[in-house]
Design a protein around this ligand. Sequence first.
Ligand code: PXP
Length: 237
Amino acid sequence: MLLGVNIDHVATLRNARGGNEPNVIEAARICMNSGADGITAHLREDRRHIKDKDVYSLKRDLKCRLNLEMAATEEMQKIALDLLPNACCIVPERRQEVTTEGGLDVYSNKNYMKEFVKPLLNSNIEVSLFITPDKEQIETAAEIGVKFVELHTGAYSLAYGSVNEEKEFIRLKNAAELGQNLGLKINAGHGLNYENVHRMHEIPNLNELNIGHTIISKAVFIGLDNAVKEMLKLVSK
Ligand code: PXP
């Protein structure tokens, strides 16, 4: 399994004071040198953490493998087509939310999404749709013509260690299997941490995990290079 490190919260910390500390590009460089397979960054409509200059610098100066998380808006589509990240993960976005709370409702917005992803796919960007592990969302994603989905692991992560863990885990596992049977490659992320990530190995052939908050949090105590390496031991074994 590959590990994409989400560095949004390095930018959250930087923006708390303005200025350039901690430096987002330096953080990405450390993640890549520690063995991460790529960097994930969410350019939100309100630019609350990652800014435009960050994503351009990640792609053009650092030249790391960049997975740009973005909403399905005209503005973001324009940026993606100019930036040409390696991958785009399309996520839902509401200004009030603390983080990306739900999955994209591709089932109800199939035609819009199909048109939205076309120019991205034509530009050879790997497009994935961030969806909850539900049958109708996965089937629709496959019909839209993308090759990747990212399954929202938030419900599993929240349920981990509780009576609902098994139910949420099976939901994820079944969704991954269905997606693979439909020809999709399956990524996963949101809320995964050092304790709960191990069960992702029970899901055959997951392609990539995108993990942010827990890595950046651990980095406060043990340094970013160690935090990434510890997660890599759990993810890539
Ligand atoms: N994947 C997607 C699509 C996300 O929106 C996020 C959160 O920005 C993540 C992964 C990473 O989640 P976390 O920070 O909880 O690891």
